[in-house]
Design a protein. Structure first.
Length: 147
């Protein structure tokens, strides 16, 4: 018995229900990626295998609280899909920003767009669209008939 259609349906329902659609995003989420501090070390997220297998794609938006040391002190989800958010936040926690001489915590906004391409596409796995915006490409597998 093939459970893929059932799992796929559950993933879509769970993802759709969990997308944060609040009119009042957390205060850390206000602002624009263009005001982000420069990045010294960037770790790109990988397309999650489970999300790729069931063809989940979408946008994850995070607010990174940056300590004076340049390390990411915490990550706040502004908007996301449960199967994609951990990949984006896990990579973002490894980012490093310039050290500053102030005790203020800075905020950097990050948008990760997870996009599935055709299986024979030649797109790069990660594209830097703009400051604070990444596009992560997965490969849509060809549909096989159920036997």
């Amino acid at each position: 018995m093939n459970h893929i259609p059932i799992v796929y349906s559950l993933l879509l329902l769970t993802s759709a229900a969990a997308i944060r659609a609040s009119d009042d995003p957390p205060p850390a989420c206000a602002g624009s990626e263009s005001a982000n501090p420069s990045v010294v070390r960037l770790v790109a997220p990988a397309y999650p295998i489970a999300a790729n297998d069931v063809r989940v794609q979408g946008v994850v938006r995070l607010a990174l609280q940056v300590a004076p040391s340049g390390a990411v002190a915490s990550v706040t989800e502004c908007r996301g899909i449960p199967f994609l958010t951990p990949a984006c936040s896990g990579a973002a926690k490894q980012w490093r920003f310039p050290v500053v001489d102030t005790s203020e915590t800075r905020v950097a906004l990050l948008t990760c767009r997870f996009v599935l391409d055709d299986a024979d596409s030649n797109n790069d796995p990660v594209v830097f669209v703009a400051p604070g915006e990444l596009q992560i490409h997965g490969r849509a597998s060809k549909v096989r008939p159920i036997e």
